[in-house]
Design a protein around this ligand. Sequence first.
Ligand SMILES: [Mg+2]
Length: 234
Amino acid sequence: MTSEAARLIAERGITLISFDLDDTLVDSDGAAPVRLDAAARRASEVIPGLAADLLMDARSRALAADPVVQGRLQVFFGTLGVEFDSEPARAIRAAYNELLPAVLEWTEGAPELLVRLRGRYRLAIVTNGPTTIQRPKVDKFRLSELVDHVVVSGEVGVDKPDPAIFQHLLREAGTVAERAVHIGDSLQSDIAGANAAGMGAIWFPPHHRTPERLVEGGPRPDAILRALAELADL
Ligand SMILES: [Mg+2]
């Protein structure tokens, strides 16, 4: 059966398919437990006399936090009573971030989908974050070889949901918004941004956290995708 998202892409004569990276093509949130373990180990090294039960509490609160509303590390530091800009926080943050490329996995079905769509559509990634954090992920999965355009917000100076980042992609790809869709897990950045740019917007609700709620007058997906495999029959 053709999915809602596949139908949208076919009916609009879409030529450019853009994907969000974190929690869309790659399972960033799935790496949170092991990254928090690394943060906890580093915390016990850099904070003398840190109580083990407080550390465990910080880890479990951070894991339960909604990373979209509040960063996990903010919750971790808040529980430990560590200032975000302090020296221990910098060391803990480094442990948390350094580990990500090594432990990151694909979202189920992502590589198969990219290989399948490659050549039939122009493919892109539009991701928010600094180069130093986003490029190692792109390199790990050789994404530059699997898609035609990789747009990192830290490199173009503008973040989703600002439509300028999508306009940057459209210029690079030499296409128009009406022939493009963006697929992502965040209503606030992916769907709102695609809406603002006039592109089709396909929402891929997150798997490890409670999805944001669709509200009247808020970001408006044109279709909802439950699994990447739903696009396999495009
Ligand atoms: Mg995302």
